[in-house]
Design a protein around this ligand. Structure first.
Ligand code: KIV
Length: 276
């Protein structure tokens, strides 16, 4: 008698297994950074699959020169703001500089990002040397994204924000690291600033999805810093970004939707955004 109206189905959440399925089925993964509730809500509505609370917030939110001063407390705070808007996207939080120097520190800090911040996954920068950290997080039930290629927390050691893996020996070392981190339990790989051919090779050789930022169109998905793709980053932006607010789009919502559509269609990144 009191027939209820059909309810709209809640969107299926993006999970670690969903990301793997997307890779297997060839559906590209659209990722962006987010640092607050309002933008996270907008990203959700535009269909972004993964929202990263990156330690890039040190630069884009705080005006610092590098990501090094960012603290766990700050990432927890911004993750909580983003998670409040979450409906479907996977929320990934960065582990800041020196917050994962040993297994105990890594567990305590990743635990805070999940328990207090509401993250579904943590991301850490590291080579094969970090395999034991990833193994211990994974054993504790914490999904991990391993960040290879240009690792901004190592900027002083690397001598600047430079493309990584150009020489064959360095490229082979990165492939070996990627495999070691996958074997250790990484659920996702982020590759920053590497030649497009190397991005494609690592994507092909791993079973876990590979997200590129300046790593070419051959990756399983793409990431950009939100402020870069909206064209509001002060100063020079990297070659691999594109300002989606130009080209006649009148709103932030349209620009973010266009980014998602182009990543899904494989038209972003184009050759001019790639390192060869
Ligand atoms: O901190 C960040 O936003 C990142 C991206 C550059 C991938 O790690």
């Amino acid at each position: 008698m009191y027939g209820s109206k059909p309810q709209a189905q809640p969107p299926k959440p993006v999970t670690v297994s969903r990301l793997r399925k997307m890779k297997q089925e060839g559906e590209r993964i659209a990722c962006l950074t987010a640092y607050d509730y309002s933008f996270a809500a907008l990203l959700e509505n535009a269909g972004v699959d993964v929202m990263l609370i990156g330690d890039s917030l040190g630069m884009v939110m705080q005006g610092r020169e590098t990501t090094l001063p960012v603290t766990v407390d700050e990432i927890v705070y911004h993750t909580r703001c983003v998670a409040a808007a979450r409906k479907r996207a996977l929320v990934m939080a960065d582990m800041p500089f020196l917050s994962y120097i040993d297994e105990r520190e890594a567990l305590l800090n990743a635990g805070r990002l999940m328990q207090e911040g509401g993250a579904h996954m943590v991301k850490l920068e590291g080579t094969g040397d970090q395999a034991h950290i990833i193994e211990s997080l994974s054993r504790a039930g914490i999904p991990v994204c391993a960040h290879l290629g240009l690792r901004p927390q190592y900027v002083h050691k690397l001598g600047g924000y430079l493309v990584q893996g150009r020489e064959e020996a360095a490229a082979q070392a990165m492939v070996d690291d990627a495999k070691a981190l996958e074997a250790a339990g990484a659920d996702l790989m982020l590759l920053e600033c590497v030649p497009a051919g190397l991005g494609e090779r690592i994507t092909r050789e791993l079973e876990i999805p590979v997200i590129g930022i300046g790593a070419g169109a051959g990756c399983d998905g793409q990431m950009l810093v939100l402020q870069d793709m909206l064209g509001i980053t002060p100063g020079k932006t990297p070659k691999f970004t594109r300002n989606f607010m130009t080209e006649g789009r009148g709103s932030i919502r349209d620009a973010v939707s266009a980014y998602v559509e182009e990543v899904k269609a494989g038209t972003f990144p184009a050759t001019e955004h790639c390192f060869l």
